[in-house]
Design a protein around this ligand. Structure first.
Ligand code: FES
Length: 99
């Protein structure tokens, strides 16, 4: 089942928005022309990531400062599982997720 999250025309560079979905929190972002969907939950101790700083492709969690390479999800400065990327789905003029 396709669940629409956003109109494609709203996806502009720097876009960042949180969507609650079935008890989860998803983070939709546009970074360097790519649309990315992540679990809005730091793999370290679960802090939300929507306020994380993003510099040169590195997302830095505000809670303890662990840095993640955004595209690969890999933790850079700590032993920690990586970010959880979710596959995007598209239907007509919307981007969303297939459940
Ligand atoms: S919860 Fe994100 S770095 Fe600890």
């Amino acid at each position: 089942m396709f669940v629409a999250l956003e109109h494609l025309l709203n996806l502009k560079e720097g876009y960042r928005r949180v969507f609650p979905l079935q008890g989860r929190s998803l983070l939709l972002m546009v970074v360097e022309g790519r649309t990315l969907l992540l679990e809005n939950r730091c793999p370290h101790q679960g802090a939300p990531l929507h306020d994380a700083t993003l510099v040169a492709g590195v997302l830095r969690c505000a809670r303890h400062g662990i840095e993640f390479e955004l595209l690969s999800g890999r933790a850079l400065n700590a032993q920690c599982p990586g970010l959880v990327h979710l596959p995007l789905a598209y239907a007509a003029d919307r981007v969303g997720i297939e459940l």
